[in-house]
Design a protein around this ligand. Structure first.
Ligand code: PLP
Length: 445
């Protein structure tokens, strides 16, 4: 089939996620046909450097034959069986064991899901169930953050703090509150980053006191906000949050869906930030996006209560721990270990990206450059005023489209340009990425 035929059929029948259907109908889709390494290819013969690793997930890059082989072998052996009641199968067991080995020492159980959103639905079920079993059924409020992303299911969008999603979300899940995000460039520039980080932690404490400690079940946060704009909190933020949480009896949920599996140069961001989560939702990089799988790593405190006192937990999915997805995830983690991918991000390509990315700071359109491991952002500003562009100019969208035309996938969140490339990216490919980003900034100016 030709490109135009695909485009027309796509217009006629395909409702894309997070898309203005009508605008897409007018513009038409880019048809991605194949990919290798850090590059995707479209039906018009363009090769494009995918600096978003798909959607923050293709950590081992495209075209890994080992993952194809793992999927094929498992499809032959046992394409499906569930883990309900008293059944299990080798891929789910082996993956559970390996995950608990990689996770912080107090996390020894995992509940599998099909996605990150389902993982966060599971989180909500688990924290409320935990407190009910502890004899504190009033502890139901979950505190999250404005502009957080925790998924697109009803629980996921309720936990998330995305205003446009809330506006379209119908009735949200009750008893979820949102507090200030540690977004210094966007909201805190009238003070120092360190003072602002502490202010955000103080806002969390104020919300706990407002709701009453006896009513608050958990605090959930992404270690570095991804979809909100690759927001790296000020250094003071997490230590101050830890102090607040230690004062009150509230569970910590660290959403590792993007930051887990090496993105920040450790297996989990919780290790980087020295956090001790009670629950850790995971997905994306778990299988490098080759097949859909997610889960919740559960710390001993919560697991013990759920197991010893919970009886049957009325929750689960047909595809919880799907054998083919689990086999691919297991192989993905084995390859990451064998190839030292996490150490490579920490010691080599992460610092190299930081150095090269920082060179964009001299561009008149750039107000801030930030990165950590292999996640990064550029804040676009109007050179005439030194302030952000008026929203109506949609400078970020323009820059994103120019990037695409130049051969680079970079995402825009408002006027924040973000990257999260595959963890296998080489130094030469980082040079290419930064070169294309500069060209795109020049064209946007
Ligand atoms: N949590 C975070 C931090 C995410 O970034 C995402 C997706 O981008 C999710 C949860 C939801 O994951 P999924 O799209 O697999 O449902």
């Amino acid at each position: 089939m030709h490109t135009e035929t695909y485009r027309q059929l796509d217009r006629d029948h395909h409702l894309h996620p997070f898309t203005d259907f009508k605008a897409l109908g007018e513009e038409g889709s880019r048809i991605v046909t194949h990919a290798e390494g850090v590059y995707i290819h479209d039906s018009e013969g363009n090769r494009i450097l995918d600096a978003m690793a798909g959607l923050w997930c293709v950590n081992l890059g495209y075209g890994r034959e080992e993952l194809v082989a793992a999927a094929t072998a498992q499809l032959r052996e046992l394409p499906y069986y569930n883990n309900f009641f008293k059944s299990t199968h080798p891929p789910a067991v082996k993956l559970a064991e390996m995950l608990c080995r990689l996770a912080p020492a107090h996390m020894n159980r995992v509940f599998f899901t099909g996605s990150g959103s389902e993982a966060n639905d599971t989180v909500l079920r688990m924290v409320r169930r935990y407190w009910a079993l502890e004899g504190k059924p009033d502890k139901q409020w979950v505190i999250a953050r404005e502009n957080a992303y925790h998924g697109s299911t009803v629980a996921g969008l309720s936990l998330g703090g995305m205003a446009p999603m809330h506006a379209q979300g119908g009735p949200l899940v009750p008893k979820i509150a949102h507090v200030r995000q540690p977004y210094w460039f966007g909201e805190g520039r009238d003070t120092s980053p360190e003072a602002f980080g502490r202010e955000c932690a103080a806002a969390l404490e104020a919300k706990i006191l407002e709701l009453g400690e006896e009513n608050v079940a958990a605090f959930i946060a992404e270690p570095v906000q991804g979809a909100g704009g690759a927001i790296i909190p000020p250094q003071s933020y997490w230590p101050a949050v830890k102090e607040v949480l230690a004062r009150y009896d509230i569970l910590l949920v660290v959403d590792e869906v993007i930051c887990g599996f090496g993105r920040l140069g450790e297996w989990f961001a919780s290790i980087h930030y020295d956090l001790k989560p009670d629950l850790m939702p995971i997905a994306k990089g778990l299988s490098s996006g080759y097949l859909p799988i997610g889960g919740v790593l559960v710390g001993d405190r919560v697991a013990e209560t759920l197991i010893e006192r919970g009886g049957e937990f009325f929750h689960g999915f047909t595809y919880s721990g799907h054998p083919v997805c689990a086999a691919v995830a297991l192989k993905n983690l084995e390859l990451m270990q064998a190839e030292g991918i996490v150490e490579r991000v920490r010691d080599d390509v992460g610092p190299y990206l930081a150095e090269r990315w920082a060179t964009l700071a001299d561009h008149p359109l750039v107000g801030e450059v930030r990165s950590l491991g292999l996640i990064g952002a550029l804040e676009l500003i109007d050179p005439a005023t030194g302030e952000r562009f008026p929203k109506s100019l949609a400078a970020g969208t323009l820059c994103r489209d120019i990037c695409f035309d130049l051969g680079l996938v970079m995402r825009s969140v408002g006027d924040t340009m973000i990257i999260s490339p595959p963890l296998v990216i080489t130094r030469a490919e980082i040079d290419e990425l930064v070169g294309l980003a500069r060209e795109a900034l020049d064209e946007t100016a």
